[in-house]
Unconditional design. Structure first.
Ligand SMILES: Nc1nc2c(ncn2[C@@H]2O[C@H](COP(=O)(O)OP(=O)(O)OP(=O)(O)O)[C@@H](O)[C@H]2O)c(=O)[nH]1
Ligand SMILES: [Mg+2]
Length: 362
């Protein structure tokens, strides 16, 4: 058992980490598939996908609960926004990383943007990714897909004034087979930004392997320390002879955060039924439990169970400590245990679900 001082230090560090944000900017041609791409990477519908061709003139910001903010910047190069005005108005240099998405001919304004992206990358190590979406629509009677891709890449390099620059080719249409998104996602996760910012990306991006799930698990365990300490510090956890008055909303928030990190949504049972694999069958009751225990009543039951277990230990363990410290230490342990169990269950369910999400991906 760590000392209260140690816990406090750890709590402060985790609190700081929790308040850190990573800001991703979406830039590119109207209708190129920016929304589709980010929805695919994150694994849920963050932005509306549309067929309309109206040029968006406002920026849309979506703050996700785990510290990732995605900013959808309006197109430039229009009458309203010359690229120079656009750069001044939206100050795109402020973001941590950029996804530039296009689906057609690159223009002079794009070359100007590329020069800026290059500058921001070298000055502040803020990486960018150039994505040619709608790979499924790249077609020419006389040239192969590889030749066409090479031409597109050459055009990008020319506008970037770089000899080599990676261009990601993606397809976000499920009916044509999602393509290239996984490679892009892994490269984004591997970017050279602070560890804590990297972990924010990992927390929000959809897992596509056991390795991703394990990384998510360790993010949850870190967060659990925060919640355990926050609950303990409040002194709201049951102690011998005291009525249960635990911080139920805090635990509910913690559970919902863990589910979100693991990408477990309300439709999980349907997905598991559809999959029908042995692992999926086994995970169904676990998935049910995840939602049942996440209610006020469910948490009360859990607290009773774990509190009585904890109290049996506490009697001898905390004899030298008194008052608040007893309640804090016991509270910390109780939330920790409840949390670890919940994280393990989320991991199991998400693992069973993995196959469903990877079916259409190449
Ligand atoms: N063929 C094809 N169509 C796609 C692909 N990705 C998206 N689309 C379609 O392109 C249209 C625009 O997609 P969005 O994701 O809304 O594009 P956007 O860049 O966010 O659009 P705005 O926000 O309006 O600028 C929609 O009809 C999508 O279904 C793709 O990979 N291939
Ligand atoms: Mg959009």
């Amino acid at each position: 058992m760590a000392s209260v001082d140690e816990l406090r230090r750890k709590f402060e560090r985790i609190k700081q980490d929790m308040e850190t944000e990573v800001k991703v900017a979406l830039i590119g041609q109207p209708g190129a598939g920016k929304s589709s791409l980010i929805n695919n990477i994150v694994g849920r519908k963050i932005f509306e996908v549309g067929v309309h061709t109206d040029t968006t003139v406002e920026m849309h910001e979506k703050k996700l609960s785990e510290g990732l903010t995605i900013v959808d910047l309006p197109g430039y190069g229009t009458k309203r926004f010359r690229i120079e005005d656009w750069l001044r108005e939206f100050r795109p240099e402020q973001y941590d990383l950029y996804l530039f998405v296009f689906d057609g001919k690159l223009l002079d304004a794009d070359a100007t943007l590329f020069q800026n992206l290059k500058k921001w990358r070298s000055e502040r190590e803020h990486p960018f990714f150039i994505v040619r979406n709608k790979e499924d629509d790249i077609y020419d009677d006389e040239k192969s897909l590889d030749e066409l891709k090479a031409e597109i890449t050459k055009d990008v390099c020319g506008k970037m004034q770089n000899r080599s620059e990676k261009v990601y080719f993606t397809c976000c249409r499920k009916d044509r087979g999602i393509k290239g998104v996984e490679e892009l996602k892994q490269d984004i996760l591997g970017v050279n930004i602070s560890k804590i910012k990297q972990s924010k990306l990992m927390a929000e991006f959809r897992a596509s392997s056991i390795r991703d799930l394990d990384a998510k698990k360790s993010i949850c365990l870190d967060k659990l320390d925060y919640y355990a300490w926050a609950g303990a510090a409040g002194g709201l956890i049951p102690i011998p002879g005291v009525d249960i008055a635990a911080d139920i909303p805090l635990i509910m928030k913690m559970f919902s955060s863990f589910r979100e990190i693991f990408g477990i949504e309300n439709n999980v049972k349907t997905i598991l039924y559809e999959l029908g694999t042995a692992a999926a069958q086994k995970a169904i009751p676990v998935a049910e439990k995840l939602f049942e225990t996440a209610t006020k009543e469910g948490i009360k039951i859990l607290l009773k169970q774990f509190a009585s277990k904890e109290l049996k230990k506490s009697v001898t363990k905390y004899i030298p400590i008194i008052g608040w410290v007893v309640s804090a230490a016991a509270g910390y342990n109780i939330i920790k245990e409840i949390g670890v169990n919940y994280i393990n269950d989320c991991h199991e369910v998400a693992k069973a679900e993995l196959e469903y999400f990877t079916q259409n991906q190449k």
